[in-house]
Structures are given as structure tokens and as C-alpha cells.
Design a protein around this ligand. Structure first.
Ligand code: PLP
Length: 381
């Protein structure tokens, strides 16, 4: 196998081509909101959202049954009791099934997969109950969410910059109204240098810096020793303290590095265009597979996808094959302790059956072809 196919990057990786194309995305973006604060991660932004809403220990916050643990950890870190809610077939909260606990301050609703949706129903539900809406745009930095641009439904919006830009860390808190002050510890000299080292290391690993890959690769091999093979493991059930430690909230109250701020200014047209093209490739490549189908259909016109979600009937062997082949894929099979078994919860089914095939801009066409080939081989065996 060619080395560039060995392990596909699961998030954007800097390369010279990142500098090309028009500055404008051609789609709305979360940072169009009038008030924004750049932070170190999406989880830091969720933590800041809790603080901005004045969430206190003893308050309750609603969170989806289908989640990345990094969505839940910051709510717990802010002292909130987390009440989980089930999802409907569109990935939005099954509002009829939610009976908010007393002292419910907020609901976190995800704009999943980079395929943002109208939150008109959720907004009305929140307004009727005096519950704040946090629109989690970790998957949807760009796009139109029905009648409003993404991020404009929430009292606050949060985003994960590292899922859309080639930064090792970055998150965003945004809102239509001024954000309450937050004290952030400045990033020290070590963090600033580390950001550059991470960028160059990841870029050279992926062969993204023509002219510099060989010398940089040699330098990093000297620093790190021989490359270690990542061993994909099945997640074991974790206790809440283990989950909290695993989510690493250490830099939640620190300012991001200057490099993160600078790379947020990269041309955006390419980011959107390539993500859209990658979704189409993965969508086309998985149309007629036995026992699998794209979960949510064709790509909406005004979306910059994070992943192409694929439903697989017998997902276990397929996920294992994709991971073993180094494909860029996630499955949200690690669930926060205490999520109830809801009746008819699509979130619970998705935890097992939905494979999130990454479509970020710095994947290459051969990488996507490889992912489609592995799917084909595994499912038609
Ligand atoms: C829906 C959602 N929210 C929040 C986060 C946290 O983002 P970050 O990894 O930037 O902390 C993630 C990360 O995967 C996520 O998927």
C-alpha cells in the first residue's frame, strides 16, 4: 500500500494548497455572529457557554443520548446534572419525550454531521419553557440551518475549529448578544511553539509540504523515534471520572495560540468545496452496498459536511475493517454512564450502526477511493 494511504488524517492537515482559493466560504459561518470568543476547543466553548449562562451546581442541562463524550464532560465540569434526551430520525431532540427536570437551565442541541437543520421547533420549545438553547456547531462551522444561518438558533453557539481548519486546537463561543467577560490565561511561549511544531509534524507525516517533507520527516523521526502503530481498540465501559479524565479539559480556560487565530483566516472556499466533493464521492460510493446506506440522503445545497454518515446493518466487522485499513472513520460507541434506554431512540441505534466517514478538505481522492473499496470488499464478501 502506498504510504500516503497508510493512516488517513481524521482532521484537516496543513499543506501549501490550504493557501489557495477565495477567502470567502460562500456559506454562512458560525463566526459571522456579531460576538465571538476564540478558545482552545469545542469542549472549552461548551464549558464557557455553561459559565455564560450562569449554570450552577445543582442546575440541570439537557444533552443528546448520541454524543461524543467531549460534549458531556464540560457540562459536568460546570457542575450541571446532565439529563439525556432521545433523538428522532432526523437527529434532532424528540421533544415530546422530554420532561425537563426542575432547574433545567439549558439544552445542548447538535447540528450533526455538518448537515445543519432548522431548529425552529426546538427554539419554540425552549422559549415556551424559559430554557436556554446552546447550538453545538462542532460539526457545522458553515451552512444554512433551514430559515437561519447556522449558529443563529441558539442563545449561544459553540464550534470546534480543529474539525474545519488545520489547527491542533481551537474552539469558538458565539452569540447574537454580547458575551459575558471570561478570564483566559494567555498561551505561554511553550504553547505557541508547540502549535507550530504540531502543525509541521502532522503536515510532514501526511506529505503535505512539498519541498519540506523529507527534511522535516527526518527531524521528527530523530525527535520521536520510530513511528508507533495505533492499535484500534473496542471501547470499554468507563466510569464518569475516567470519562472526565479522557476528555482532557485542562486547557478550557486558556487562550488559544496566535497560530490558531491566524489559520482561522485561511481561504475558506476550498474548505467548503472539497468537503462537498468528498461527501458526494462517499455518497456515490456507498449507494448500492448490501446492508448499508447513507443515513441522511443527498447533500443539501448549503452545507459543508463534517462526515458522510453511513448506516450499516452489521456494523461491527465493517468498522473493524475500516479502522484496520487506516480509513478516516469514527463511531460514537462510547456512551456517557447513565444514559437511559429510551423507547424508540434513534441515537441509541446510531451508536451501533452509524459510521461517520470523514470528508474534510485535506483527505485526498485516493484515500476516499480506498475507503469505498474497503467498504465494498467487506460488505460484498
Ligand atoms: C458534537 C460535538 N460537540 C463538541 C465536541 C468537542 O469538540 P473539541 O474536540 O473541539 O473539543 C465534539 C468533538 O468531537 C463533538 O463532536
Amino acid at each position: 500500500m502506498a504510504s500516503h494511504l497508510a493512516r488517513q488524517p481524521t482532521r484537516p492537515t496543513f499543506g501549501w494548497d490550504n493557501l489557495s482559493g477565495a477567502a470567502a466560504a460562500g456559506l454562512p459561518a458560525v463566526d459571522d455572529l456579531p460576538h465571538t470568543r476564540l478558545l482552545t476547543s469545542g469542549r472549552a466553548a461548551l464549558f464557557a457557554a455553561m459559565k455564560a449562562l450562569g449554570v450552577q451546581p445543582g442546575d440541570s442541562v439537557l444533552a443528546p443520548s448520541y454524543h461524543c463524550p467531549t460534549l458531556v464532560a464540560p457540562l459536568r465540569a460546570a457542575g450541571a446534572a446532565v439529563q439525556f434526551y432521545p433523538l428522532g430520525p432526523d437527529g434532532l431532540p424528540a421533544l415530546d419525550a422530554i420532561e425537563p427536570a426542575p432547574r433545567t437551565r439549558a439544552i445542548v442541541v447538535m447540528q450533526l454531521f455538518g448537515l445543519p437543520r432548522s431548529l425552529a421547533g426546538v427554539r419554540a420549545w425552549c422559549d415556551a419553557r424559559g430554557v436556554a438553547l446552546v447550538e453545538d456547531c462542532a460539526h457545522s462551522f458553515f451552512g444554512q440551518a433551514g430559515e437561519r444561518p447556522v449558529g443563529h438558533w441558539g442563545d449561544l453557539a459553540t464550534a470546534s475549529v480543529s474539525k474545519f481548519f488545520p489547527v491542533s486546537e481551537g474552539g469558538l463561543l458565539a452569540g447574537a448578544r454580547p458575551l459575558p467577560a471570561q478570564t483566559l490565561q494567555p498561551a505561554g511561549a511553550k504553547q505557541q511553539v508547540k502549535a507550530w511544531v504540531d502543525l509541521l509534524e502532522r503536515a510532514s507525516e501526511q506529505g503535505r509540504l512539498a519541498g519540506l517533507n523529507t527534511p522535516l520527516g527526518a527531524l521528527f523521526r530523530l525527535k520521536n523515534g520510530p513511528p508507533r502503530e495505533a492499535t484500534p481498540g473496542t471501547p470499554h465501559a468507563m466510569s464518569e471520572p475516567e470519562m472526565m479524565a479522557d476528555c482532557d479539559l485542562a486547557r478550557s480556560e486558556q487562550a488559544p495560540t496566535a497560530l490558531t487565530r491566524r489559520l482561522l483566516g485561511l481561504p475558506r472556499e476550498r474548505i467548503v468545496a472539497r468537503r462537498r466533493a468528498h461527501y458526494e464521492t462517499l455518497y456515490g460510493g456507498t449507494q448500492n452496498l448490501p446492508g448499508a446506506r447513507p443515513l441522511l440522503g443527498a447533500l443539501p445545497v448549503q452545507a459543508a459536511p463534517y462526515v458522510m454518515p453511513l448506516w450499516v446493518d452489521d456494523a461491527e466487522p465493517v468498522y473493524a475493517a475500516l479502522r484496520a485499513a487506516g480509513c478516516a472513520v469514527f463511531r460514537w460507541d462510547r456512551v456517557w454512564p447513565g444514559v437511559p434506554d429510551f423507547h424508540d431512540d434513534h441515537g441509541a441505534r446510531w451508536r451501533t450502526h452509524v459510521l461517520q466517514l470523514l470528508c474534510h478538505q485535506d483527505l485526498s481522492e485516493p484515500m476516499l477511493a480506498h475507503t469505498c473499496a474497503v467498504l465494498n470488499q467487506t460488505l460484498t464478501r
